[in-house]
Design a protein around this ligand. Structure first.
Ligand code: PBG
Ligand code: ZN
Length: 332
């Protein structure tokens, strides 16, 4: 007797049965919506490379917050565009800094909406790097070196000021060594031992951040970020990055970008038992949006497929500029 062939299609014959055997289900409760906040008043300006995404001044934020909250999206991730930048990134840790003010506003209007504060310096430094820079001459050229330990102090001040303003989660994205330990200690010392750290543990030096740097006006003024962000060619190194963050006290781990790094996500998820965050970055959003606007792909189906792939790869949460759209589509 021959072996019968397997009829996989038995479980695919109707929407009802497909839904019963579905392994991965998206939910608006999985999403974190990034928001760009800027100084000034009366500003709601679309980012040209990210149609549908805006920079808001604080007085223009209400409608956006209302929409996010009504769609059942539990959290926002704040990025700030300050009025002034300097070499130290002073405006990152000012009590009346743009992220601090936005946090206060959001928590007063929507106390149940979680505010995740991105803790970095590149939006606030005039040189556009994520840490302190030491300039020097090398063979007649002016070079800049991004300093590690000197940067930690400023990052800790930034995280503490964000927590003081009411941030619910601190999300350091700077990729300095030891940033989780330093920020954990700093938060604990100031009475914020209850505030979790969502660490950008595995952050690659990626071309997919292009639109973000336009939006946040944070492109490095010299060099690139390859001396602190990871080499896209490396997967085993991601385990070392994640492990050190776990040991230093991270509460959640992130892999960023997402689409080209789903293999890394799966590995991190299998190796560590902390909640894992996928960051569906600006360039990933822009690619889909551009093709959709040309009528070349079905935007809804494509976005939901992409987000599903991130959850399938192990993400518990997804930071995505498509959060509002996806939440709306999921409710249909
Ligand atoms: C800041 C930061 C960046 C992103 C999040 N935090 C940019 C960078 O490292 O240059 C990228 C987000 C995106 O592309 O959506 N360090
Ligand atoms: Zn940065």
């Amino acid at each position: 007797m021959g072996v019968p062939f397997t009829r996989h299609r038995r479980l695919r014959q109707s929407a009802a049965i497909r839904s019963m055997v579905r392994e991965t289900v998206l939910n608006p409760a999985d999403f974190i919506q990034p928001i760009y906040v800027t100084f000034g008043t009366g500003v709601k300006r679309e980012i040209s490379s990210m149609p549908g995404v805006y920079r808001f001044s604080l007085d223009q934020l209400e409608e956006e917050l209302k929409e996010i909250s009504e769609l059942g999206i539990p959290a926002v991730l704040l990025f700030g565009i300050p009025e002034t930048k300097d070499s130290l990134g002073t405006s990152a840790f000012a009590d009346d800094g743009i992220v601090q003010e936005a946090t206060r506003l959001i928590k007063s209007r929507y106390p149940e909406l979680l505010v995740v504060a991105d803790t970095c310096l590149c939006e606030f430094t005039d040189h556009g790097h994520c840490g302190m820079v030491h300039m020097h001459e090398h063979n007649g050229d002016i070079c800049g070196e991004v300093l590690n330990d000197e940067s930690l102090e400023v990052l800790v001040r930034t995280a503490v000021s964000q927590a003081k303003a009411g941030a619910d989660i601190i999300a350091p994205s700077n990729m300095m060594d030891g940033f989780v330990q330093a920020i954990r200690q700093g938060l604990d010392q100031e009475g914020f031992s209850h505030i979790p750290i969502m660490s950008y543990s595995v952050k690659y030096a990626s071309a997919f951040y292009g639109p973000f740097r336009e939006a946040a006006d944070s492109a490095p003024q010299f060099g690139d970020r390859k001396s602190y962000q990871m080499d896209p060619a490396n997967a085993r190194e991601a385990l070392r990055e994640a492990e050190s963050d776990v040991l230093e006290g991270a509460d959640m781990l992130m892999v960023k970008p997402s689409l080209s790094y789903l293999d890394v996500m799966r590995t991190i998820k299998d190796q560590f038992d902390l909640p894992m965050v996928a960051y569906n970055v600006s360039g990933e959003y822009a690619m889909v949006k551009a093709a959709a606007l040309q009528g070349w792909i079905d935007e809804k189906a494509t976005v939901l497929e992409i987000l599903t792939s991130m959850k399938r790869a192990g993400a518990d949460m997804i930071i995505t500029y498509s959060a509002k759209d996806a939440a709306r589509w999921l409710k249909q």
